[in-house]
Ligand binder design. Structure first.
Ligand SMILES: [Zn+2]
Length: 246
């Protein structure tokens, strides 16, 4: 577990030790999630008054948490893959096991966003959609963004088949994120997202990758790929990434 603490915001990067398993948290819909383990101590440390996750579906839609809906929204109830808010002390999070958590903080408008981006979401442009929604709601400019990548599958381990690139036909630059090693092909998911962000106008040095460990070879993290390789993907938990503004 790592907490990245900045004067205006905090990010919680969880790991496998949090014991988050879908069988359990899927049933949290109508309960007060702040009082549950493992959330309770984390919520306390981050001074959260509320915490939201979505029911993630590897799509490109998401939700804004605003004063008009904050009391009605229930955690984990709605389908979607990004959350945005300008509310103070409200946590927004994603649950991942190889997919990439992408956190955006807008330095001028003091708005945060977090997306769950696996290869499907990346191909659908989930991060671009999140940025479009942030522009719509808060008139943000990507040149004011600070971006963090959480832990994800990386090119050292993220092998894909030879047909993989058909999913990225609309992105000519996706080739740069596909690396051949002998007969094997590897996908650099964080680099592909980085290329998307740069095209949106995010500054290169605003993309922070120090928390982007590889979930497949770093066993501190849950990994769907590693779970499948060991024959039992059903026991794979998720790591939690949560951002909040102060
Ligand atoms: Zn690796």
């Amino acid at each position: 577990m790592i907490i990245h603490s900045a004067p205006q915001y905090q990010i919680y990067f969880g790991d496998a030790k949090d014991q988050m398993f879908p069988d359990e948290y899927q049933n949290w819909n109508n309960s007060n999630i702040l009082s549950r383990l493992p959330i309770q101590p984390i919520a306390q440390r981050l001074h959260l008054g509320a915490l939201f996750f979505l029911h993630q579906v590897h799509g490109a839609n998401g939700m804004v948490i605003s004063p008009t809906n904050i009391d009605a929204v229930r955690p984990l109830k709605y389908d979607g893959d990004f959350l945005i808010t300008q509310e103070l002390n409200v946590g927004i999070g994603v649950l991942t096991a190889d997919c990439l958590p992408v956190i955006i903080y807008d330095r001028k408008k003091h708005v945060i966003g977090i997306a769950h981006a696996g290869w499907r979401g990346a191909a659908l442009g989930v991060v671009i959609e999140m940025i479009n929604r942030m522009k719509q709601e808060y008139a943000v400019s990507p040149s004011d963004f600070t971006i963090f990548f959480g832990p994800s599958a990386k090119q050292c381990c993220y092998q894909v088949d030879s047909q993989f690139e058909v999913h990225f036909e609309t992105y000519p630059y996706a080739q740069k994120a596909l690396l051949a090693n002998g007969n094997a092909l590897f996908f650099d998911l964080p680099f592909f997202i980085e290329l998307q962000l740069l095209r949106e106008g995010v500054a290169q040095d605003a993309i922070r990758k120090e928390y982007n460990s590889c979930t497949i070879c770093d066993t501190r993290f849950h990994s769907h790929r590693r779970g499948v390789r060991h024959g039992d993907p059903t026991i794979v938990g998720r790591q939690m990434t949560v951002v909040t503004i102060k």
